[in-house]
Design a protein. Structure first.
Length: 291
């Protein structure tokens, strides 16, 4: 069993913030696509965007290029906290059981990924709520990150900041429990095959594989989570559109069809692909620093 290492925490946070900045406009279009078309919410009932490229063009034209980075501040704060805890916890948990990467198994990596995803996402949930609110409303939302944080807390209380935390934890368990093990296993087999060493090309291919796997596994949960976080709490303390996670899932399926659970899949995939490439390439290079 190895001693606790601070490097995965710091490197994970730095790489996460770098990847978030590079792919944020794609993430914003994913959010806009996921919240539109809700039959029981008049504000988001209209189908404004036909797809990712149309959303990017229309948002840029109608709201300005700055709107493509609506919510970037809480997104960076989220990655600084979520990414730091996620990667640091994942790597530390693995080293509790095995000392060398070549001794890792798929089952071990999946269990460590699920646990680290749940812990980190629960802690960082308020920043996720802020990000989604600011992305969904774009130029209509007033004030900056701190102002909107205070506004949500005053109007909805702490419950509003931890809205959708169970869904966030479920999504993180799926994403982290799939992506990180897929990356590790793909990288391990590519290196062991003898065709590729521990190079940037191996990191690139492994990150592409884990991005696709993560998008396929997480998109339905992501749609429900986005809609739950975006709705407001009304005066009597109830939610304005959905009673809970299952109600949101069933209403979305019933009113819009099963395919609605994969709304925003391509921007989600196109975001997770480049996001993981930037993240893992950055992370692997940081690991090589002689500190």
């Amino acid at each position: 069993m190895s001693a606790l290492n601070w490097k995965p925490f710091v490197y994970g946070g730095l790489a996460s913030v770098t990847a978030e900045c590079g792919t944020f406009p794609i993430d914003l279009t994913k959010t806009r696509l996921q919240v539109q078309g809700q039959m029981n919410d008049a504000k988001f009932k209209e189908i404004r965007y036909r797809g990712m490229l149309h959303a990017l063009m229309r948002i840029g034209k109608e709201e300005g290029l700055r709107a493509l980075y609506s919510g970037i501040a809480p997104a960076m704060l989220r990655q600084a906290s979520y990414g730091t805890i996620k990667i640091g916890t994942y790597q530390s948990l693995k080293r509790l059981f095995v000392d060398h990467p070549e001794d890792e198994t798929l089952v071990l990596n999946v269990c460590c990924g699920i646990l680290s995803g749940v812990v980190s996402s629960c802690i960082a949930n308020p920043t996720d709520v802020l990000k989604i609110r600011m992305q969904a409303q774009g130029s209509l939302i007033q004030g900056g990150m701190i102002g909107n944080f205070i506004n949500i807390y005053q109007q909805e209380g702490a419950r509003g900041l931890w809205k959708g935390v169970s869904l966030t934890a479920q999504r993180a368990a799926i994403v982290v429990g799939v992506e990180l093990p897929v990356y590790d296993i793909t990288k391990k087999h590519l290196i062991m095959s003898g065709y590729m060493g521990d190079t940037v090309y191996t990191h690139f291919l492994s990150s592409l594989a884990c991005g696709l796997a993560g998008a396929l596994a997480s998109n339905p949960v992501d749609v429900v989570r986005t809609r739950m976080m975006n709705q407001k709490i009304v005066g009597d303390g109830s939610f304005s559109a959905y009673k809970g996670t299952m109600d949101c899932l069933m209403q979305t399926w019933k009113n819009e069809g099963f395919i609605a659970l994969y709304k925003g899949f391509f921007p989600n995939w196109l975001r997770l692909g480049p996001w993981n490439v930037i993240f893992f390439v950055t992370y692997e290079q940081l690991k090589r620093l002689d500190l």
